[in-house]
Structure formats: structure tokens, C-alpha cells
Design a protein around this ligand. Sequence first.
Ligand SMILES: [Zn+2]
Length: 245
Amino acid sequence: MQRAPAAIDLIVIQSSAGSSDAPPVQDASRPGRSRCATCGRPQPACLCAWITPVAHEVEVLILQHPLEVHHPKGSARLLHLSLPRSRLVTGEVFADAALLGAPFEAPGAVANAPRHNLLLYPDMPQDHALGVPAPPAVPTRWLREPARLRLIVLDGTWRKSRKMLYLSPPLQALPRLSLQDPAASSYRIRKAHRPDQLSTLEATCAALARLEGGADRFQPLLAAFDGFVRQQMGWSGQVPSRPGR
Ligand SMILES: [Zn+2]
């Protein structure tokens, strides 16, 4: 079990893809309502049926804004439970660079092997005027070794993820991967007109396909996410929309 740095108030959820045997956990905030021990959601909204394990090489560290934790249509939990080499950490400020250097205890991971951190975030010129330094370029040799990479993903609204970046100098110092890069355009962006409209799950799958190749591998997970979203919309009485078609 990995420990979060004590200086930051973090919730660390280890990957547990495929394990759903644990008993339900009582939700202390809502007496009488139990939560699934695997996905952490209320039992009627358990998403475990949609978990779709995908083989991948690049580690994924998902930094989730606290306001996203209980969002009914949030995609980060499903993403985390489907990616064996992922870790989900909740917080708004990530000021301790040790978090980025900590090795994962993922199955098959080489113990203590250092990884190059790459932030999935566009470089916005207007951010520089507000004090965020321009990120360093991605060393091209990094891209030749996906098994040595770790992708850092911010899970929050555009506004919240931007705030996370502003408040977290260690994140600002990372080279970035932007889905707006021309090289990423071969990936079929689904249900979105712009990369920043993608969910965290979709954006991460696009980034992994860009870094590792083999976009087809992620289609089952993307299809599962579609089903999950449709289910959520059904429960809230909405008709699933089909933007981008
Ligand atoms: Zn569940």
C-alpha cells in the first residue's frame, strides 16, 4: 500500500481492477445507504460492470479534483479501475514533487524504476502572463520508450484543472503532451469538437494511443464508457445526446 505524503490531504485509491468480492461499505455521510467497496459509488450506481481492463505500458497518475469524486458521470474512477498501471489521487494542490517520483506498485512494474513524467495538458500562452512558466519541451528520446513514461492526468472541469496547475509548481515544471498536437490528430476524437471537451477517460485513452500506438486496444473501454454514460443519463431521465455526429 502506498502512502501519500503526509503534508497533503490526499485520498489514495490503489488499482483493484477485477476485484469486486469485498463487502459493501456503509456510507457514513448517508446512513442506510451502502457503497460498493470497489468503485466507492452508492450500490445502485455501482460502475463495476463497466470495468474493462486494458493492457498498457505507460503508467497513468490521475490527479482528481475533490469536486469530481462524487460526480455521477465522472470518468476517472472507471478509467482507474480499468488501467492496471494507474493510480488515483484526490487533491487540489500538489506541491510535493515526491508524489510524482514515487514508484507505483502495479503488477509487473519494475521495482523503483524511474519514470519520466509527462503532463497531459495544453500549453496555453495566456497562462504565461499569469505566472505559469512555459513547460520544457518533451525530449524525443522519451517517446521512444513508452515503458519508461508516466502520464499525469488532471481530472476536473477546465477551470478546476487550470487551478490545480496554478497551485502546483511541480506540475508546471513537467513537459506536456497536448492532444492538440498535429501528431495526435490521427486518433479519432469521439463525440467532441475540441480536445478539451473530452472526458478524462477519453483524453487519457487518446494520449495512451498516441504514446503507445494501437488505438484499437482502447475501443472496448471507450465503448464501456459510452454505456456507462448512457446508463447514468437514463437514471436521471435525460435522453442521451449525440454531439459531434
Ligand atoms: Zn462498484
